[in-house]
Write a protein that binds this ligand. Structure first.
Ligand SMILES: [Zn+2]
Length: 181
């Protein structure tokens, strides 16, 4: 079972200083979240936790890979994950109020009575943030190894027929812009 408890860290029992935790995350991890637009995920998460007096510094290093659907041709596109995220966890008497007020997204408050860090949601968030924004085969690899070449050919033809690439239409658009002002 992929229990969320596997992602709870009993930090009260940790000595001051740094501690490392490693996780391998696959598609099963995401089942309890909303449906994802990626699949075949094998993500490696290395968490370095620096326990200080009254706060903790967390560094999540995300690596691994997953597959998305290419925005251009619809084929399966493998992507590498590679990013890291820092988080400061502070103890507070009123963590909910503090989290509401805190403007720094890298600072998070937990109750002074809390004994565990629940990191599943952070892992979820950081893996999602590690996915490159551009989910398509690059232009220069037009029809690269993972692309659907037939779809690309068709898109190229459509692109050529677009009015905006026709100089006559471009001229007319200029007038339209003037009219709007
Ligand atoms: Zn593609």
């Amino acid at each position: 079972m992929n229990s969320r408890r596997n992602y709870d860290i009993a930090f009260v029992g940790l000595k001051p200083g740094t501690h490392e935790f490693e996780y391998t995350i696959d598609d099963k991890f995401f089942v309890e979240y909303q449906e994802q637009d990626f699949r075949n995920c094998t993500a490696h998460v290395k968490l370095t936790l620096d326990k200080q007096n009254g706060f903790m510094l967390l560094k999540f290093e995300i690596g691994g890979k997953l597959e998305v659907t290419c925005d251009r041709c619809g084929n399966n596109l493998p992507l590498e994950l590679w990013d890291d995220f820092n988080l400061v966890v502070k103890m507070s008497d009123e963590p909910d109020v503090m989290n509401e007020q805190e403007e720094d997204p890298d600072v998070y408050y937990i109750s002074k009575g809390e004994s565990h860090l629940h990191i599943a949601d952070w892992i979820y968030e950081f893996i999602n943030l590690s996915i490159p924004m551009q989910r398509m085969c690059s232009d220069d690899e037009m029809g690269g190894p993972h692309c659907n070449k037939e779809v690309l050919e068709m898109l190229k033809k459509l692109e050529e027929q677009k009015p905006s690439t026709n100089p006559l239409w471009k001229g007319l658009e200029k007038f339209k812009d003037l009219g709007d002002n």
